[in-house]
Design a binder for this molecule. Structure first.
Ligand code: ATP
Ligand code: MG
Length: 567
C-alpha cells in the first residue's frame, strides 16, 4: 500500500490540478475511496468544443482512476429544452469515445425529492414564498459592498409559506408572480447567499414530465442535490461557479452526513479566438439561417466538426494541449486547427483534386494514349499501399499554378518554364490559348518522355512540382471551402457590437472541382483525403455518387507555429 501510494504521488507530477485533488481524496479514503463524476448538459442546444473540454475531464478522470461518470441531463427549464438536443448530445459524447453505460439520468427525475426537500426547508423556516417580481427582488439584492434589503414577505410563517408553495405548484398563480427563496442572509458578503431563488413558476410543458409540475428548481437548488441523489463524489465544473460553491455546500449540508458528500471543483472554460461559444448566440445563428444548422461545418459544435472532417482524436489531443487551469484564458483556434492537421496528416489518403481547374494540353503526347502512374496512399503509413492514376494528353492543373508574366521566384508553370507533374512527367509550357475576354482556356505544353519513374531522366530536377488530374478521367465534384465563421478575433470582447455583424462574409466558398477517379470511387462518409498541396477533405453528408460534395476540413498551411514564433 505504501509502495502504491509512492507510485501514485510520483504520477501526480504529471497530473493536472483537478486530478491531483481527486487523487488526494481517493488516497484519504473519502466517500469510501469511491470516484463518481457526472457530465451535466442542459438539453437546450448542441454540444460545442467547450463542452468537449468539460466531458473529456468528467469521463477521462473517471477512466483514469477507476471511477464512473454519469450523463445527467440538466433539464430544469422546460421552455428551452427539446429531445432533439438529448439525442444529439448522446451521439456526440459517444463519437468522442466515452460511454456512461446505464447511468443516464435527468435532473427532472429528482423533481419529487427536490420538492420534498423544499417543503422540509419551508417547515424548518429556511425558505419562504416571495410575492415580489424578479425586478423588485433584484433591486433589493444590494451590491458586493452594501447589504441587501429584506423582502416584506421574508417573515411569513412556515404554514403560510407551505400553503402558498403548494398552490404555486398546483397552478393557481401566474408565472413571475411568486418565487420560493431560501432564507439565508441578506447581508452576506457572497451575493449568492442573499436569499437565492429556489423555485419559479413555469407553465410550459416539460419534455419528460409533461404538465405534472408548475414550479421548477433553479440551478443552485438542483445541482448539488442531484449530485447527492446520484452518489456523485466530484462535481467538476467551470470557474464561473466558484462563487456558487458555498451555496452548493450549504444545500448539500441539508442532506449529507459524514459518510458521503459530493464536492465541487472548478477549472477554466474554453474560449476560442474567432469563435462564439454561447449557446444562445449559436441558436440565433441557426434560427436566423445565418448558418445551415447546428452541424453547419463552420459551427464550433461537435456535430459540425464531425461533419467537417475533424477526428475525435484531434479534438482530444487539442484538449490535452490546452490543459486545465484555474485561470480564464483565450485559446487560439490555430492550435485546434494544428491538432486537426496533425491527426489528418497521420491518417488521410493522399490524392489529387484540382479546385480551380485550367486545362493543360500536351501537344507531343499521343491523343489516344493513356498511361497509369502509381501514387503512394500515405507516406506516414508504410503499409497503406498505393493506387493508380490515369495520365493522358489533356489534364487539369490549378489556375494559380500558372502565370503568364511570373515574378522572379515563381517556380510553377510559366511560358518557357518546366515543372514536374507529381508522379509523372516533366512538362514545359509552350503557349496559351485565350477566350475573347482574355481568360486563359488552355495551356499548351510539351512533355519530356524520358522523365517518368524508372526512366533515365526520372530524377531530373526542376524547381516546381504540381498536382494534376487527367481531363478525360477526372470526376466533377463540389467543394465547400470553409474559413473561420467570425472575422473578429474575440467576438465576446465586443459587447457593443451585434455579433452577427462580426461574421466573416467569406466563411464559405463553393467551387466546382475535378478529382481523380480513385477519390470518386472511395468517397464514402467518414473517409479522409489529403488533396495534395491543397488541404484535407471529406465527403459531406450531402454527397451522392451522382453529385459528389466535399468539405474542406482544413487547409495545409499551419498558422500555429507562426503564431508561436511571434509571441
Ligand atoms: P448555458 O448557458 O445554456 O448553461 P452552458 O454552455 O453552460 O450553457 P451546459 O449544458 O449547462 O451549457 O454545460 C454543461 C457543462 O459544460 C457544464 O458543466 C459547463 O460548465 C460545461 N461547459 C460549458 N461551456 C464550456 C466551455 N466553454 N468550456 C468548458 N466547459 C464548458
Ligand atoms: Mg450551464
Amino acid at each position: 500500500m505504501a509502495e502504491l501510494k509512492e507510485q501514485e504521488s510520483a504520477d501526480a507530477r504529471g497530473l493536472n490540478f483537478v486530478e491531483q485533488e481527486v487523487l488526494a481524496d481517493l488516497q484519504a479514503g473519502k466517500n469510501g475511496a469511491r470516484l463518481s463524476t457526472r457530465f451535466p448538459p442542459e438539453p437546450n442546444g448542441y454540444l460545442h468544443i467547450g463542452h468537449a473540454k468539460a466531458f473529456c475531464m468528467d469521463f477521462g478522470i473517471a477512466e483514469k482512476f477507476g471511477g464512473t461518470c454519469n450523463l445527467r441531463f440538466d433539464d430544469t427549464n422546460p421552455v428551452k429544452e427539446d429531445v432533439e438536443y438529448v439525442d444529439a448530445i448522446r451521439e456526440d459524447i459517444h463519437w468522442l469515445g466515452f460511454d456512461w453505460g446505464d447511468r443516464e439520468y435527468y435532473a427532472s427525475d429528482y423533481f419529487p425529492q427536490l420538492f420534498d426537500l423544499a417543503c422540509r426547508l419551508i417547515k424548518e423556516g429556511k425558505a419562504y414564498v416571495d410575492d415580489q417580481t424578479s425586478e423588485q427582488i433584484a433591486a433589493q439584492k444590494g451590491t458586493p459592498t452594501e447589504p441587501g434589503q429584506a423582502s416584506p414577505y421574508r417573515d411569513r410563517t412556515p404554514e403560510e409559506n407551505l400553503d402558498l408553495f403548494l398552490r404555486m405548484n398546483a397552478g393557481e398563480f401566474e408565472e413571475g408572480s411568486r418565487v420560493l427563496r431560501a432564507k439565508i442572509d441578506m447581508a452576506s458578503d457572497n451575493m449568492h447567499f442573499r436569499d437565492p431563488i429556489m423555485y419559479r413558476i413555469i407553465k410550459h410543458p416539460h419534455h419528460r414530465t409533461g404538465t405534472k409540475w408548475k414550479v421548477y428548481p433553479m440551478y443552485d437548488f438542483a445541482h448539488g442535490q442531484s449530485d447527492y441523489f446520484e452518489g456523485v463524489t466530484h462535481s467538476i465544473c467551470t470557474l464561473e461557479f466558484v462563487p456558487h460553491r458555498p451555496l452548493y455546500d450549504y444545500f448539500v449540508d441539508e442532506l449529507a452526513d459524514e459518510t458521503y458528500r459530493p464536492r465541487q471543483i472548478e477549472f477554466n472554460r474554453l474560449n476560442l479566438t474567432y469563435t462564439v461559444m454561447s449557446k444562445r448566440k449559436l441558436l440565433t445563428l441557426v434560427k436566423e439561417g445565418l448558418v445551415a444548422g447546428w452541424d453547419d461545418p463552420r459551427m464550433p459544435t461537435i456535430s459540425a466538426m464531425r461533419r467537417r472532417g475533424y477526428t475525435p482524436q484531434s479534438i482530444k489531443n487539442f484538449v490535452d494541449l490546452i490543459g486545465y487551469t484555474k485561470y480564464e484564458a483565450l485559446n487560439s483556434v490555430s492550435l485546434l486547427e494544428h491538432a486537426v492537421r496533425d491527426d489528418l496528416n497521420r491518417i488521410a489518403t493522399r490524392v489529387m483534386g484540382v479546385i480551380n481547374p485550367v486545362k493543360v494540353v500536351i501537344d507531343n503526347y499521343p491523343a489516344d494514349r493513356v498511361e497509369t502512374v502509381t501514387m503512394e496512399n500515405n507516406p506516414e503509413q508504410p503499409d497503406s499501399g498505393v493506387h493508380e492514376m490515369p495520365f493522358s494528353r489533356e489534364l487539369y492543373i490549378e489556375r494559380e499554378d500558372f502565370m503568364e508574366n511570373p515574378p522572379k521566384k515563381f517556380f510553377r508553370l510559366a511560358p518557357g518554364s518546366e515543372v514536374r507533374l507529381k508522379g509523372a512527367y516533366i512538362i514545359k509550357c509552350e503557349n496559351v490559348v485565350k477566350d475573347a475576354d482574355g481568360n486563359i482556356t488552355e495551356i499548351h505544353c510539351t512533355y519530356d518522355p524520358d522523365t517518368l519513374s524508372g526512366m533515365p531522366g526520372a530524377n531530373r530536377k526542376v524547381k516546381g512540382t504540381l498536382h494534376w488530374v487527367s481531363a478525360a478521367h477526372a470526376v466533377d465534384a463540389e467543394a465547400r471551402l470553409y474559413d473561420r465563421l467570425f472575422a473578429v478575433e474575440n467576438p465576446a470582447a465586443e459587447p457593443d457590437r451585434d455579433f452577427r455583424e462580426m461574421l466573416n462574409p467569406d466563411s464559405l466558398v463553393v467551387r466546382q472541382i475535378k478529382v481523380e477517379p480513385f477519390v470518386a470511387a472511395n468517397a464514402r462518409q467518414g473517409e479522409k483525403f489529403q488533396f495534395q498541396r491543397i488541404g484535407y477533405f471529406t465527403p459531406d453528408y450531402d454527397s451522392t455518387p451522382e453529385h459528389l460534395v466535399f468539405n474542406r476540413t482544413i487547409g495545409l498551411r499551419d498558422s500555429w507555429e507562426k503564431e508561436q514564433k511571434k509571441s
